[in-house]
Design a binder for this molecule. Structure first.
Ligand SMILES: *Cc1c(COP(=O)(O)O)cnc(C)c1O
Length: 406
């Protein structure tokens, strides 16, 4: 019960925002606390407790590497997914710049950690091609191939999208990049721990991960960079992380991340089966709401992701009313909610502004019950009907002054 609910006043909540962050697992919390209590030495210190901390760190590196079929030396611990994305892209750009290659390929619906880093590079003389995303939320490998030029130094395409959950053909894109000798980075923050990853079989040169999206702690993640790729430092200082990321290591956080990832990997298949079934039930229930539509491909999506647009309502109002009913959801990514601009992801898949404003993301966790799924469906139906009852846009739609899109 504790995993999904907490008492807040008299209200019990249903947590359906796992794409924003997840609750730490018991094993991750236990690992973190025991490292903080028992192995609090600095891994750079020479006495035994420091060396034990170093061992904890290196064991975590081995575990994490093993889980994605990488070598321990290829793992750099970071403060999370954003830092890993920044370091991967800026490193590839630096390698490209030295070789006279200043063209990068990405997609229009990447996380802002990728898009804003690319913007910065554009200001510094790089050319960026952002591929369009199809209406089903997918990018085709042949479109990536067609965009590759002589001067392309990097392709960066996310594994699974954080808002609409669609899973990209990463293996095929990786193979194309390898064939054309172009570096391939994937932001796998939403995928890792939920989908299988094998960096060798999938031809991935660089990959970003964040612990708090798979029941690990916030503020810790890692960058996988294939042997031989020279990383550019974002933080200068000591020689930690083989000189690629200065600063005393977050030993407890890293150990907890490794424990959480190991557990997620062990339970991946079982969790995916349960989640897919619950997700499909949630989708079917919400599809009964008129003039609404699922965003992103119905099948090729993360097992726990549901994302809808409903015409004639504001996503923010929907969220606030759901919160009052104890249902915690999101209208897009946590980083942009609060902003009144519609989600760049929904615009990228071709939703018009009016429709994109009425979005709802429910990202469920594996311990959600059938009763809770039913409660979500009931509540969303009620709240959408209530909001439409006094929406001027809905009135115009019903009066035929505006035409329905969905
Ligand atoms: C959450 C997320 C990030 C950022 O990770 P942080 O650890 O929060 O910095 C990057 N990319 C995607 C796809 C995400 O979902």
């Amino acid at each position: 019960m504790q995993n999904r609910k907490y008492e807040r006043g008299f209200i019990t909540v249903i947590y359906a925002d796992n794409a924003a962050t997840t609750k730490m697992s018991d094993v991750a919390i236990h690992t973190m606390v025991s490292v903080m209590n028992e192995t609090y030495g600095n891994p750079s210190s020479l006495y035994r407790m420091g060396q034990r901390a170093k061992e904890v760190l290196e064991k975590a590196r081995e575990d994490v590497a093993g889980l994605i079929n990488a070598e321990p030396k290829e793992i750099i611990f970071t403060s999370g997914g954003s830092e890993a994305d920044n370091q991967a892209i800026l490193s590839a750009a630096e390698i490209g710049r030295k070789a006279g290659k200043k063209h990068i390929i990405s997609s229009a619906f990447e996380h802002h950690a990728v898009l804003h880093t690319l913007k910065k590079l554009e200001k510094n003389g790089f050319e960026v091609t952002l591929l369009d995303v199809h209406q089903n939320g997918l990018i085709l490998p042949e479109e990536v191939e067609a965009a590759i030029r002589e001067d392309t130094c990097l392709v960066t395409i996310m594994y699974a999208n954080n808002e609409i959950g669609t899973i990209q053909p990463i293996t095929e894109i990786g193979a194309i990049c390898r064939q054309h000798h172009v570096l391939f980075h994937t932001d796998a923050v939403q995928a890792i721990g939920h989908l299988p990853i094998d960096v060798k079989a999938q031809n991935i040169d660089m990959l970003s991960a964040s612990a708090h999206k798979f029941h690990g702690p916030k503020g810790v993640g890692f960058l996988y960079a294939k042997k031989g790729i020279r990383l550019t430092n974002l933080i200068e200082g000591g020689a930690q992380e083989r000189g690629r990321r200065a600063g005393t290591e977050n030993v407890a956080g890293v150990a907890a991340m490794a424990a959480a990832l190991k557990e997620s990997a062990e339970k991946m298949e079982a969790n995916a089966a349960v989640l897919t079934q619950k997700r499909n039930k949630l989708i079917s229930g919400l599809q009964e709401i008129p003039h609404g539509a699922l965003n992103g491909d119905a099948k090729n999506r993360l097992p726990g992701n549901v994302n809808f647009c409903f015409e004639g309502i504001e996503g923010e109002a929907l969220l606030l009313l759901l919160d009052q009913k104890g249902i915690l959801a999101s209208s897009g990514s946590a980083c942009t909610s609060g902003a009144l601009d519609p989600s760049h992801v929904l615009l990228a898949i071709g939703r018009v502004h009016d429709v994109a404003h009425g979005s709802l993301r429910l990202s469920i966790g594996e311990d959600i019950t059938d009763e809770e799924i039913e409660e979500i469906i009931r509540s969303v139906k009620e709240v959408v009907a209530y909001l439409r009852s006094f929406s001027p846009i809905w009135r115009d739609l019903m009066a035929g002054k505006k035409s329905f899109i969905l």
